[in-house]
Design a protein around this ligand. Sequence first.
Ligand code: EPU
Length: 389
Amino acid sequence: MEYFAVEGGWPLEGQVPVHGAKNSALPILAATLLADGESIIHNCPSLTDCAAALEILSCLGCRVRREGETVVVNTACRRGHTIPDDLMGRMRASVLFLGPLLARDGAATACWPGGCALGARPIDLHIQAFQALGAQGRSWNGQLFFHAPTGLSGCRIALPIPSVGATENAMLAACGAAGETVIRNAAREPEIVDLARFLRAMGASIRGEGSSVITVEGGRALHGCEHTVIGDRIVAATYLSAAAAAGGDVRLTGVEPEQFSTVTSLFRDAGARVDCAPGEVRIRCGGRLTASGVIRTSPYPGFPTDAQPVVMAALCRGRGTTVFVETMFENRYRHVDELRRMGADIRVQDRVAVVTGVETLHGAPVRCTDLRGGAALCVAALAAEGETR
Ligand code: EPU
């Protein structure tokens, strides 16, 4: 599909099941490499990133099949530890296959990962974690080579920032390391908790997930298992933003509202009625929202950077001024120029964006800059008068 055509200005009504969390499914698909045998993963969303992850598994000799939202991965014929360049380049999360390969084979080779252009996005913390576990790494000709000739050993890893990906890679590699690994200043996101649940179902010994200290007893033989991925809290935040922007009455199912309570309480404060119950959330919104003061993105349980673009789009028509401070990525305002084409009043300086609410947005031709930026344009388009392409 080359474009979405959105005819905006209509309230949204209805019930939507939220699909499984992309950022849970991707590390879990990588983790299947750690087990001998078959893993069955339910609620694995049909998205291009998940398709790329399944292609990586196929290239590594795994048998992979998808039936609806369930994916089955069999590692019985697993072979090799090199991830092809085109698959590495397709998404950032391809880097998460390095930890499991190191754990299984003591070797992993790949080029630098791709992904949405949100800033520099280095992987130094992943590499440092592998090195702390005893792997040697070198880069040559655009390729990264890791190997641990005598296997990985449990260690202490203190992350300077609670990186989601580095925490996941450290957990995955530590499963194959002899002895205990303690990860300090670990990321606390719900996706980390989901990965730990999956690893435990495979027979791994992990504790502390959801807190900033995670302990892994490595070296156990892991087996296939069955797991259901959590609902996608960022997709939920996107639908809530759409209903808040366009008005209406929308019920979302398949999500745990406490995982995005920063977003539900923000819309409540902005004037929407938001009712949360286990496994679902309902939003009702009549008129324009009220601006939200200062929204500062930060690691979980703070306000998620992935929800910043969609919430910004919803507040473009808010009464008053909202200030966004993006602390996670240096280049995550690329949707702003596109929102301006629709009549939004937004000024950006470095990591601060000041959104002054306008009464109406109008449809316009716009360009998706990245995944969440594109979602933000859809949110704004639903609230705008006329057609947006
Ligand atoms: N960072 C480093 N060095 C590293 C790793 C990270 O400096 O080795 C920095 C990053 O540059 C960034 C900060 O640490 O400034 C946080 O990055 P983090 O590692 O936590 O992010 P990530 O693992 O690359 C995941 C999600 C992102 C989400 C971030 C933050 C996946 C596949 N991706 O990325 O999701 O924005 O955590 O919550 O889990 C998205 O879904 O649209 C998306 C970008």
